[in-house]
Design a protein around this ligand. Structure first.
Ligand code: S3P
Length: 166
């Protein structure tokens, strides 16, 4: 199996934990697109948004997707907004199987309500923002090859389901 395993989904859907666990079980490299963006810019994601803007971040994110999607046999943990740039998903599918980790806005809000590092959710109404973004993005996330239920607090079921499908 030299296809990449690509995880997409909303902030707080559990991508990072699930990617790390799959990487451990399959002994494969895990690439985190947000970490690459931070390393390249030498600053945290929220600082990139603040000093250079979202458009700049999306361009950087797409360049990273182009590079990592050329690799083989790795796990790719994508930032929640990768589906916002239309080239990204087809590019990731060239050599990867894409899994959308689906969690409801309510579950997402409960998971991330005390976090402060996500620039898009720092306004006065984070739950309203999650619901609006979720509605907007759902049709895009749904273009993944597989949709995986990630509502449970435990990552075991989604990990096993993904491993069965590859
Ligand atoms: C974003 C999700 C974040 C990060 C940035 C934008 C989004 O990644 O890329 O804050 O637009 O949904 P996570 O999904 O890993 O939090």
């Amino acid at each position: 199996m030299d296809k990449n395993i690509v995880l997409i989904g909303f902030m707080g859907s559990g991508k990072s934990k699930i990617a790390a666990e799959i990487g451990k079980r399959l002994q494969r490299d895990v690439v985190v697109t947000d970490q690459l963006a931070e390393a390249r810019e030498g600053m945290a994601i929220h600082e990139i948004f603040k000093s250079k803007g979202e458009k700049y971040f999306r361009t950087l994110e797409s360049a990273i997707i182009k590079e990592v999607s050329l690799r083989r046999g790795i796990i790719i943990d994508c930032g929640g907004g990768i589906i916002c740039t239309k080239e990204n998903l087809p590019q990731l599918k060239v050599n990867g199987i894409v899994f959308y980790l689906q969690a409801t806005p309510e579950v997402i809000y409960e998971r991330i309500k005390h976090e402060t590092h996500r620039p898009l959710l720092q306004g006065p109404d984070p739950f309203g923002c999650i619901k609006a973004l979720y509605q907007q993005r759902l049709p895009l996330y749904s273009q993944a090859d597989h949709i995986i239920d990630a509502n449970d607090a435990s990552i075991e079921a989604p990990v096993v389901e993904i491993l069965k499908k590859i």
